[in-house]
Design a protein around this ligand. Structure first.
Ligand code: PMP
Length: 426
């Protein structure tokens, strides 16, 4: 690491600005699933979901460059690419047929909350108890991780996320789903009785930031129905789970739940800033009738060109099918590691997304955050990039760009094996 760059950064950006790894990485180039540091050393990127079709994918780069060299303006003019992207995007959803573009996932969630509150005339939002949905003031009220923490806002109530590993009252299966559903019901009652009223529920359909739990079958579908029947608007945050990550195009596809609004971000432009809200025309039109929502940079021709290229690449390179083929190989490899490493308490998987729970004691499930930190840093030293997540900061978070293939999986698993051995005493 170039210390003078670190010092300069601390001086002008501040020590509080988050940096990965004990020894921060100075990256200068990306290509597919690889990142290169300033010394030319190659790192396998098993962490970043934003470059969903791979770092600097030539088709995305070309689309951005071509459009940037012709025209970039806001969306108050007619533009073919902007409309074509909205058509292509909405065609990937069932029952949701209109898009509103934003620049970030936070803005998308902020807008979704505004829609829900305006259209229901109520304020109460249900979320999970260990989540992150972004950084605007309204969205921050929901977040418990990364941010300033829950604000104690009366208009937000959290339910325990459906966690089969450290479950509510030690329940499992259908009983756990029932208990989690009771919590949702209790929030609805609370909002009703307190006069706050129910605006809706905002959750990630795979509870990614919560730690990628094995969600009890039927929970999401039933929770969605309960909230909708109570007059609330159900928002699924697909910022992490969308665009093929789970082996389905959308993270909620397999849940059987039909949300009213879906929010998008991160992978949408492969790194070029674009996010969005996708909903039914009835909801978007009712909102637009009352609010002049305009977002200067959102969905501009360059952003739309980037996002359109992302859809093309996912389709042409068969990346969703690729996720379905590659995902189980890694999952099996991680389970094999669990058989030899006592420190792995649980392995959870969803497409090309894995959570490896590190524990001090398998039976007691005692979280091992120091070991997790040590493993991540050791893997970085060995040239493989991952991170961690979860309520206890002890869960290895593995979430590579989608072109991640078998040789990359082998390198990931070998490096994890080695790093677990080397951090036994951490
Ligand atoms: N929702 C989820 C589920 C996220 O993980 C994040 C970012 N980590 C966001 C929303 C916020 O997205 P952005 O940083 O683009 O505002």
């Amino acid at each position: 690491m170039n210390n003078s760059l670190l010092e300069r950064r601390h001086r002008v950006i501040g020590k509080g600005a988050p940096l990965f790894y004990d020894e921060p990485l100075h990256v200068v180039r990306g290509d597919g699933v690889w990142l290169y540091d300033v010394q030319g050393r190659r790192y396998l990127d098993a962490y970043n979901n934003v470059p969903v079709v791979g770092h600097c994918h030539p088709r995305v780069v070309d689309a951005i460059a071509r459009q940037a060299s012709v025209l970039n303006v806001h969306t108050r003019y007619l533009h073919e690419t902007v409309v074509r992207y909205a058509e292509r995007l909405t065609a990937t959803f069932e029952g949701l047929d209109m898009a509103v573009f934003t620049c970030t996932g936070s803005e998308a969630n902020d807008l979704a909350l505004r829609m829900a509150r305006l259209l229901t005339g109520s304020e109460g939002i249900i979320c999970s108890n260990n989540t992150y949905h972004g950084n605007t003031a309204a969205v921050d009220e929901l977040s418990t991780t990364f941010s300033g923490g829950r604000t104690g806002s009366a208009r937000v109530r959290a339910v325990p996320f459906p966690d089969a590993y450290r479950p509510l009252r030690d329940l499992s299966g259908a009983a756990l789903a029932d208990a989690c559903l009771d919590e949702v019901q209790a929030c609805i009652e609370h909002f009703r009785n307190s006069g706050i009223g129910l605006a809706g529920m905002l959750v990630c359909p795979i509870f990614a930031n919560e730690g990628l739990p094995d969600v009890p079958v039927g929970f999401l579908e039933r929770a969605t129905r309960v909230v909708q029947e109570a007059g609330g608007i159900v928002i699924f945050d697909e910022v992490q789970s969308g665009f093929g990550r789970t082996g389905e195009f959308w993270g909620h596809s397999r849940a059987g739940a039909v949300p009213d609004i879906v929010t998008l971000g991160k992978p949408m432009g492969n790194g070029h800033p674009i996010g969005g809200v996708v909903s039914r025309a009835s909801i978007v039109n009712a909102f637009r009738d009352r609010v002049m929502y305009f977002n200067t940079f959102a969905g501009n021709p360059v952003a739309s060109a980037a996002a359109l290229a992302v859809l093309d690449v996912i389709e042409d390179e068969g990346l969703v099918e690729h996720v379905r083929e590659t995902g189980p190989q890694v999952t099996q490899g991680l389970r094999d590691l669990m058989a030899v490493h006592e420190g792995i308490g649980d392995v959870r998987a969803n497409g090309l997304f894995w959570a490896v729970e590190l524990v001090k004691d398998r039976a007691a499930r005692t979280p091992a955050p120091d070991r997790a930190r040590a493993v991540i840093n050791r893997m970085r030293d060995h040239g493989v990039l991952i991170s961690r997540l979860g309520a206890h900061d002890n869960v290895l978070k593995i979430r590579p760009p989608l072109p991640f293939a078998t040789p990359h999986a082998t390198l990931l698993l070998e490096t994890l094996d080695r790093s677990l051995v080397e951090t036994r005493d951490a």
